[in-house]
Design a protein around this ligand. Structure first.
Ligand SMILES: Cc1cc2nc3c(=O)[nH]c(=O)nc-3n(C[C@H](O)[C@H](O)[C@H](O)COP(=O)(O)OP(=O)(O)OC[C@H]3O[C@@H](n4cnc5c(N)ncnc54)[C@H](O)[C@@H]3O)c2cc1C
Length: 548
């Protein structure tokens, strides 16, 4: 246990400044409104990361190499965050050794220009200072990952994708799973990134405190002075952890916090699960704790659905967590939470998609923003005007045969996410789900299927123009499989400067507070690249800055 010390916090300052910022105790993270005059530190280090995911681990390795001692806390049972379950496709260019190997000409300047392009929705809303820092640090960060043990499939590059005009993505090699300490839980390529950084961080002396949940960030005075440390909950106890040089918010964004995500799009109500669930949460805890200190959000227009779609069509159906590139398997150690692999490789000619009322809403074969907007639209239920409610795939026995599916556990989750019956009317009656706020009427689903079958006979979908031919839904048993879209990235978050220091509503740096990864605002790029770059910047800056 580290030595104890005390720091003063003024309750009067705290209450005055939070009120001025329009923040009340009711809106704060748990514990934010507590007055404290003496702080007993249970652990201390130069640098503390809240979150041991991609940006937290990158920051830890970076801080350690610049001489700082490091503690990472994570609420999860294991490290890695969404990086662990990610596809491991890392977006870093600007003239890397791998780009040169493939004859790709790139530079920091070209990368910068790509990511501020006014003609691209992923680029036009970005903060130019953030992108400049990102561009300048891209190639050095890629080489730094290799130096720190991250292995890539260097024989193949991905792209150009998103706003990039040349290929800049390389896949990491999945962690080999040989060493018991680092046994990957869900085995995904992203494990190669986070396990390698974890290994390096541990070798260099980082302390990783799992199942420690940050509940508060502690600052000298609520909207003035340095950030001193954090409060965490662990096994029912509250502990204080001091970060002498700095504290990093690396909590992965906000998408699991329904109230928070609805600030940017009111349609994103509770029925939409999050890509990466249920491994770890994009809790918004970091953003909320920082906002309670007066921190600003930034680049909120980057969260718009017009860009890289924030919502994504379900790919594996009949279970809750059917996100596109993440196909959970029954041998996962967290399968008790997942409860169904999902029926996959859906040929949408074999099924219709209906709302919770039992009505079709779009051509099922389409995967576009307009499809998702239709899924999220108001379907006439006076009790639920925001969010489209559950979306169900309806199909028959013949479809199951054509697809080669086994419509039973572990592939489907009959506890609220998959139903079967001998008639369409009975199928509608059986549907019960935590987000199905009203029952599906048998008569509505019967009429929907009957009308669709006339379109199948005629070879023309008069309602939504689904390309013909498509078979009828006519052979029992009939099935209803959960097919509700899922939320993906957080593209907005806390305002930082180019050194990843969090800034307040007056545009001033909050000394000692950093943010990286999906909790950082102002830069609309998917995933790992920006998380690693700004984690590395934050760890280095904190280590070199020293405490005030
Ligand atoms: C299925 C999937 C596939 C993906 N594939 C790719 C890909 O191929 N390429 C790409 O570039 N990106 C990909 N991504 C995105 C990428 O994984 C994320 O953008 C990246 O992990 C974000 O890093 P982060 O550090 O912000 O958050 P994370 O890596 O998610 O880490 C956040 C950590 O904070 C912890 N935490 C949250 N709240 C608290 C709290 N209160 N106290 C303590 N700890 C807390 C969490 O448990 C978690 O471990 C994918 C994501 C998913 C879900």
């Amino acid at each position: 246990m580290a030595k104890k010390s005390t720091e003063a916090l003024s309750r009067r300052d705290f209450l005055t400044t939070t009120a001025a910022a329009g923040i009340t105790a009711a809106t704060l993270a748990p514990g934010q409104a507590h007055a404290q005059t003496n702080i007993q530190w249970d652990h201390e280090a130069d640098f503390v990361s809240i979150g041991a995911g991609v940006s937290g681990l990158a920051a830890a390795v970076s801080a350690l190499e610049h001489g700082a001692s490091v503690i990472l806390v994570d609420e999860n049972f294991d490290i890695g965050g969404h990086g662990m379950v990610s596809g491991g496709v890392v977006h870093l260019g600007g003239g890397t050794s791998v780009q040169r190997k493939h004859g790709i000409e790139d530079s920091a300047e070209k990368l910068y220009q790509d990511w501020i392009r006014p003609d691209h929705p992923l680029a036009r809303y970005n903060d130019r200072d953030i992108v400049r820092a990102f561009a300048d640090e891209n190639a050095p960060t890629f080489e730094w990952l290799i130096e720190n043990g991250v292995e890539f499939h260097e024989d193949q590059m991905v792209g150009p994708q998103m706003a990039s005009t040349v290929p800049r993505q390389v896949r990491t090699r999945q962690w080999p799973n040989k060493d018991e300490l680092y046994t990957a839980r869900p085995s995904r390529r992203g494990s190669g990134l986070v396990r390698a950084l974890e290994k390096k961080a541990r070798e260099n002396g980082a302390e990783i405190l799992l199942e420690h949940r940050m509940t508060r960030i502690i600052r000298e005075n609520p909207t003035s002075g340095r950030v001193l440390g954090i409060e965490v909950e662990h096994e029912g106890a509250t502990l204080n952890i001091r970060g002498r040089n700095g504290v990093l918010i690396a909590t992965g964004g906000h998408c699991n916090n329904v109230q928070f995500r609805r600030m940017f799009d009111p349609r994103l109500t509770e029925e939409y699960a999050v890509a990466g669930d249920p491994y770890s949460r994009k809790s918004a805890d970091g953003e909320i704790a920082a906002m309670a200190l007066g921190a600003s959000l930034w680049g909120t227009s980057a969260q718009t659905n017009e860009a890289e779609r924030v919502l994504q069509k379900a790919r594996h159906i009949g279970a809750k967590y059917g996100y596109n590139s993440l196909h959970w398997r029954a041998d996962s150690p967290i399968f008790d939470k997942i409860r169904g692999e999902g029926l996959t490789d859906v040929d949408w000619n074999n099924a219709i998609l209906v709302t919770m009322e039992g009505r079709r809403f779009y051509d099922e074969t389409v995967n576009s923003y307009d499809f998702l907007a239709a899924a999220m639209a108001w379907h006439g239920d006076p009790g639920k005007r925001n969010g489209g409610g559950p979306i169900w795939a309806i199909f028959d026995h013949d479809a199951v045969e054509r697809q080669g599916w086994e419509p039973s556990p572990p592939y489907v989750d009959p506890d609220g996410y998959f139903y079967s019956a001998d008639t369409i009317g009975e199928l509608a009656k059986r549907i019960e789900n935590e987000f199905q706020v009203k029952p599906m009427e048998s008569s509505v689903l019967e009429a929907t299927v009957a009308r669709y079958n006339t379109f199948a006979d005629a070879g023309v979908d008069d309602d939504f123009g689904k390309p013909a031919p498509f078979p009828k839904i006519a052979t029992p048993p009939f099935y209803a499989a959960w097919s509700t879209p899922l939320v993906h990235d957080s593209y907005t978050g806390l305002r930082t400067n180019a050194s990843a220091q969090v800034m307040d509503l007056q545009g001033q740096v909050i000394e000692g507070l950093y943010c990286a990864g999906e909790s950082q605002g102002g830069f609309n790029q998917h995933g790992l690249g920006r998380s690693v770059v700004f984690g590395r910047i934050a760890g280095r800056h904190a280590a070199l800055s020293g405490s005030a």
